[in-house]
Design a protein. Structure first.
Length: 172
């Protein structure tokens, strides 16, 4: 099985996490095993003092894993490329990727307002747009983009339609 990869991309606070969170149960209802990869340019910490895994990390472990009957977590002390993460999740039906604007997987591009329209020029692989409902009909640049790059345009509240679009694209 080869997982289908869909990037959900846009500027900070454009609704990427909210959209992915809404899409997950809709895709799972169709029987779609779903993985998510989030890009964080600032660094993050999943572990906290007082846990055994944190003690292992503090002692210098290069990688720490914890597993239980219901959940597994692996923390590796080095960054991975998106391709490495995609390779890791190949047993899933779909991998939703938050961010990584410049990668070349199919994308849903989220635009908050006309100021975000510059992304239409710089982001490649756009297969669908998710916009504020006023943008769907009022912004000339968006209309012009869609003439030369015919892709579906959704509004943020059309999560059922977005999930159906992704499902259709995954099956074709």
């Amino acid at each position: 099985m080869t997982a289908k990869v869909w990037q959900i991309t846009g500027y900070k606070n454009s609704g990427k996490t909210t959209l992915i969170t809404a899409l997950i149960p809709l895709l799972k209802a169709k029987g779609c095993r779903t993985a998510v990869v989030k890009h964080d340019t600032h660094g993050f910490n999943l572990d906290h003092p007082g846990t055994d895994t944190h003690s292992f990390h503090e002692a210098g472990a290069d990688a720490v894993a914890i597993t239980s009957p219901n959940r597994t977590a692996v923390i590796v002390e080095e960054g991975e490329t998106l391709q490495q993460m995609v390779d890791r999740f190949q047993d899933y039906d779909v991998i939703l990727v938050e961010g990584f604007k410049q990668e070349l997987y199919p994308k849903l591009l989220l635009l908050r307002d006309h100021e975000d329209e510059e992304l239409l020029e710089s982001v490649r692989g756009v297969r669908g747009l998710v916009v504020h409902h006023k943008m769907k009909k009022e912004h000339e640049l968006l209309l012009e983009y869609n003439k030369s790059n015919p892709v579906p345009v959704f509004t943020w509240n059309e999560t059922d339609e977005i999930a159906a679009f992704l499902w259709h694209e995954m099956k074709s």
